[in-house]
Design a protein around this ligand. Structure first.
Ligand code: ADP
Ligand code: MG
Length: 266
């Protein structure tokens, strides 16, 4: 873990083209340490591409990317970030605990330490009783929590999430959002969270980044409603429900919706 105070993510002038397709244009964005940023925009606007550029899974055509002051490649080698996608992507022939241990295994952490870390993380995501289960024995929401625990295993300072709750029913999704807020607070990790749900983007984030249709540009950044992000106390799930019913929440939703509409007209 780096002790520097470098930004979690720093993007400057990032461009990405795939042949004739101009996917990303002039992306400048800084995510502070521990900050929660949601990213929203129409399908095909380059959200996943941007996440993949940050994660060193794609190379930018132009511009610079830094993760905690390092190159994405170095950050990947150092396991400075964790990733979670829409599909949990768990290995069925491994137990839940073994799935969580996987990134540590790859990094050569010994078995005793791996076991202890997996137990701690399964406790954190409320699945301590399922360590020996197989992924298929769990519900979709539980599988997604295992994927989050796996992403957190190396104690990354950054979580990259691409529509991680997109396949879940609405009620499960709301519970997972409260859960993720609690986890983000407990770990202090920064989060870059891609979604196409406006309420989800608003309820989770310190800031909501709005992208235009292709070529994806950042058209606006709106303040989100992450509850009590500055407070050190544990997150009360009711707190999130209060936020969902607040006037400020609806005002922020309206602001994001208008920004998305304006982006379409550009
Ligand atoms: P989003 O996640 O916002 O829906 P994507 O980042 O997946 O959008 O895609 C942005 C654009 O880039 C789309 O037009 C998509 O077809 C194109 N694209 C993404 N990845 C590739 C690739 N590997 N090769 C060619 N085109 C790609
Ligand atoms: Mg996508």
């Amino acid at each position: 873990m780096s002790t520097s105070t470098a930004a979690a993510v720093e993007l400057a002038g990032v461009e990405k083209t795939f042949g004739d397709v101009h996917a990303l244009s002039g992306i400048d964005l800084t995510i502070g340490a521990g900050e929660f940023v949601s990213m929203i925009g129409p399908s095909g606007c380059g959200k996943s591409t941007l996440l993949r550029v940050v994660a060193d899974l794609e190379q930018p055509t132009a511009g610079t990317v830094a993760i905690g002051g390092k190159s994405p490649h170095q950050a990947r080698l150092d396991q400075d970030y964790g990733i979670a996608f829409q599909q949990a992507g768990l290995l069925e022939w491994r137990t839940v605990a073994e799935n969580v241990e996987l990134p540590l295994h790859v990094h050569g952490v010994d078995k005793v330490q791996r076991r202890a870390r997996a137990a701690e993380l399964l406790e954190l995501v409320g699945l301590a009783d399922f360590a020996a289960s197989r992924p298929s024995q769990l519900s979709g929401g539980m599988q997604q929590r295992v994927a989050i625990a796996r992403a957190l295993a190396p104690s990354p300072r950054l979580l990259l999430m691409d529509e991680p709750f997109g396949a879940l029913d609405e009620m499960t999704r709301e519970r997972m959002q409260a859960e993720l807020l609690r986890i983000a607070r407990e770990t202090g990790a920064a989060v870059l969270f891609v979604t196409h749900s406006i309420p989800e983007a608003v309820v989770l984030a310190d800031r909501v980044v709005i992208m235009s249709p292709r070529p994806g540009r950042i058209t606006e950044i709106v303040a989100g409603r992450r509850p009590g992000a500055a407070a050190a106390a544990d997150l009360d799930p009711d707190e999130v429900d209060d936020v969902r019913e607040s006037g400020a929440f609806f005002a922020a939703i309206t602001a994001v919706r208008e920004a998305l509409r304006k982006g379409h007209e550009l």
